[in-house]
Design a protein around this ligand. Structure first.
Ligand code: ADP
Length: 494
């Protein structure tokens, strides 16, 4: 990856994207399109199809037909494995193209996008390719002349709704295990980050995935997403995004066919720093990166910094230094640490949170403003607010932007109480050299993921999922496969 190749790719025009239905690129049923606006400079990059409910239904019908005739689920596991590996090969071969396309669309800094997007998407697809022929049924420990067999079957048609922050990585977290288990899938990318996911879907066909097994429909969540949610023919709906949309999806399921709905929602993840942390300078740098990379648009971002009162001022000063050393700007520059905010609307919302934090008594100690306005892009200075009370809006509501709220704590119990004082439970971290304290914090802080003396690291071998209003179900690891299968019992008299 070098700057010249990135710059060459960024100069290329992007052809309009249609839906991918039944192996073909098609326009919206009424021919409508949506402009794709660059978060880097506000220019119109290209268009995507503005899907209709009819388009979504056509994609679901295609997926159902593909599942019904066994063109994928009926193939030998070794054959399906080969196709998924080929897909991963193609993603790797097109990694820079995919990463640059995605960054032009969503604004993530390229240094992060390269790893987190095509890199991790390919790794995820390989992981599930390898797993698919290691999933067996079970024989129950029955007594006497009966045999209880437990089969694992694909569910049928999976609907996947993907957000804009990491379309390839999160897309692969859903598509990899869903396809590995033999299902057909319809994916709906986010309005403001469709391009790279649509391209990744095209590569699946090139890899030999039969037509109709993976369909991709662009458009507004409230139109095509709703049609997917209300469909009578989608068996499982998997989603990453906001709590508000998650609630709607549960309603859609209730109003239609009671489809299973798995939600990976937001967080307000606490990063808890004790005075006995092994390396406070390192902790400060990681705390800054843990909230500010991808401009804070990360579901597991460490957006609440809880600092032991004895080191509060010194530690905050170190986090400010680390933050101010991060370069905000052109996401396609390899030196950039913090890219663009995804959309103008998101930026306005972020600035609103800063105003509210001030009004509620918080002190903005760095950032707080829009910057680089002359570029026409959506850039915000990484922002730290101190004196955030546990009840304050900034401590309670997910911002999904580059804003860190800091609160002091006195004792271990205090730290746990504050850490657990939101409706969320996605991720968290504790920094301490005390082994017992580290384990107690892991046990007592209510989250799906806890980090110790680090923040944000993980790979595909471990599950990611939330508790409380951060959602249900898990992406990644073998546990994710459970979402995409049905258990069926065969009770046999011998
Ligand atoms: P964010 O606030 O992170 O943009 P959203 O939940 O609005 O989160 O978006 C995540 C995904 O959900 C996007 O693909 C979006 O199009 C989709 N979405 C938004 N509204 C709906 C809806 N009413 N029904 C189904 N999907 C929706």
């Amino acid at each position: 990856m070098d700057q010249n190749s990135i710059d060459a790719l960024r100069a290329q025009p992007i052809a309009p994207f249609g839906h991918l239905i039944d192996g073909k690129v098609v326009s919206a049923s009424d021919g409508a399109t949506m402009d794709v606006i660059s978060p880097l400079n506000g220019a119109v990059l290209t268009t995507v199809a503005r899907g209709t409910a009819q388009d979504m239904d056509a994609a679901i019908t295609s997926a159902r037909a593909a599942f019904g005739d066994g063109r994928w689920a009926g193939q030998a596991p070794a054959a399906r494995k080969k196709v998924l590996h080929k897909w991963a090969d193609l993603i790797e071969a097109h990694a820079l193209e995919l990463a640059v396309l995605g960054v032009r669309d969503n604004g993530t800094e390229i240094s992060m996008a390269m790893k987190a997007e095509p890199g991790s998407a390919a790794a995820t697809i390989r992981y599930y390719a390898e797993a698919l022929d290691k999933v067996y049924g079970e024989i129950a420990p029955t007594q006497g002349d009966v045999l209880g067999l437990i089969h694992r079957e694909p569910v049928g048609v999976v609907g996947a709704i993907v957000p804009w922050n990491f379309p390839l990585m999160i897309g692969a977290w859903k598509l990899g295990p869903a396809l590995a288990m033999g299902n057909s899938v319809v994916v709906k990318p986010a309005e403001t980050a469709s391009l790279s996911l649509m391209r990744m879907a095209e590569l699946a066909l090139e890899a030999g995935l039969p037509p109709g097994v993976l369909n991709a429909v662009t458009g507004e969540g409230a139109v095509v997403g709703e049609a997917m949610g209300l469909s009578m023919d989608v068996d499982v709906l998997v989603f990453t995004g906001s709590g508000g949309t998650g609630r709607r999806l549960l309603e859609y399921a209730a109003r239609s066919n009671l489809k299973r709905v798995y939600l990976e929602l937001g967080g307000k993840s606490p990063n808890v720093v004790f005075a006995d942390a092994p390396n406070l300078d390192e902790a400060a740098k990681v705390a800054a990166a843990g909230i500010f990379r991808n401009a804070g648009q990360v579901c597991v971002a460490g957006s609440r910094l809880l600092v032991e009162a004895a080191i509060h001022d010194d530690f905050v000063a170190a986090v400010i230094r680390a933050t101010e050393a991060m370069r905000v700007g052109d996401p396609l520059d390899l030196q950039t640490n913090i890219g663009a905010v995804n959309s103008e609307a998101q930026l306005t919302q972020n600035l609103g949170f800063v105003d509210t934090a001030r009004a509620e008594g918080g002190e903005v100690v760095t950032g707080g403003t829009r910057i680089l306005q002359e570029t026409g892009g959506n850039f915000m200075a990484p922002t730290i607010v101190t004196g955030v009370t546990p009840e304050a809006t900034l401590a309670q509501k997910e911002v999904f932007g580059p804003i860190l709220g800091v609160s002091p704590f006195e004792t271990d119990d205090d730290a746990v109480r504050i850490a657990n004082s939101t409706v969320y439970g996605l991720a968290g971290a504790v920094w301490t050299a005390n082994l017992s304290r580290a384990h107690r914090m892991v046990r007592d802080i209510r989250t799906g993921v806890m980090h110790v003396n680090t923040y944000g690291g993980a790979d595909g071998t471990v599950p990611l999922g939330g508790v409380g209003q951060s959602g249900n179900g898990h992406d990644k690891s073998l546990h994710a496969l459970d979402k995409y299968i049905n258990l069926k019992t065969a009770w046999i008299k011998l």
